[in-house]
Design a protein around this ligand. Structure first.
Ligand code: DX5
Ligand code: ZN
Length: 229
């Protein structure tokens, strides 16, 4: 090891969000995107309080765990998520992110996720400044930057967040940390390269994948764009 070259960043990972899948065929949908080249399965958990929508909970995560070998990336959009970390981990969550805005004791909750054995992430809404994660950045495995206001699939990418992605990438690189930046909301084939250039590593894509007729073609097109970034 050693040398002056910066550590090369691994190729971007694509995480289809099942929020836009057909819930009556969830097992088939997950197998289909896994077969189409997905790297992770992104699972949006919403409680109707932190966000104005209700989706699914631990029993569904446990079912998903039975039907795929891909890591389950569980995005908790719920108030006081510390109440449920262990349960989601037991259900099969491999990555768990909590919203900084929903945690009174963020540092403690990050440690709790790490102790559970899951990869630990903190998610930030578009309007939340990066400074709220200053103290935990050295502890987390990934930061999830929302590029829409959370609650629904199919919303428009908020391009003002690109600068926040760049700032976080600069900070991570300057500190020599190995923290992934996951970008969630409005990611499409035509903006994924720009998001990667800003510093994104993991790309959540709900409607872009599941509303397309050809999951394999869409994921391949995203990868091709990533190759150009
Ligand atoms: C939004 C969720 C996203 C959502 C993304 O609150 O966190 O994961 O599924 O959907 P698209 O890719 O359609 O914006
Ligand atoms: Zn999400």
């Amino acid at each position: 090891m050693g040398g002056s070259k910066a550590r090369p960043r691994p190729a971007g990972r694509i995480a289809p969000s099942i929020l836009s899948a057909d819930f009556s065929q969830l097992a088939e949908e997950v197998s289909a995107v896994a077969g189409a080249g997905a790297d992770l399965i992104h699972v949006d958990v919403m409680d109707g309080h932190f966000v104005p929508n209700i989706t699914l909970g631990q029993p569904v995560v446990a079912c998903l765990d039975r039907v795929t070998d891909l890591p389950l990336d569980v995005h908790l959009m719920i108030e006081r998520p510390e109440r449920y970390v262990e349960e989601f981990r037991k259900a099969g969550a491999d990555w768990i992110s909590v919203h900084a805005e929903a945690c009174t004791h963020l540092h403690r909750t990050v440690q709790q996720i790490k102790e559970s054995g899951a990869r630990a992430g903190v998610a930030l809404n578009p309007g939340t400044p990066l400074s709220v994660i200053d103290v935990v950045l050295g502890d987390v495995d990934f930061v999830l930057l929302m590029t829409v206001n959370p609650g629904f699939g199919g919303q428009k990418f908020i391009s003002a967040v690109l600068q926040k992605i760049r700032s976080l990438r600069d900070r991570i690189d300057a500190d020599g940390l190995s923290v992934d930046i996951e970008v969630d909301g409005g990611v499409k084939t035509d903006n994924i390269a720009e998001i990667a250039r800003a510093g994104g590593d993991v790309f959540v894509a709900g409607s872009a994948v599941f509303d397309s007729k050809d999951y394999r073609g869409t994921i391949a097109a995203m990868r091709e764009q990533l190759g150009k970034s």
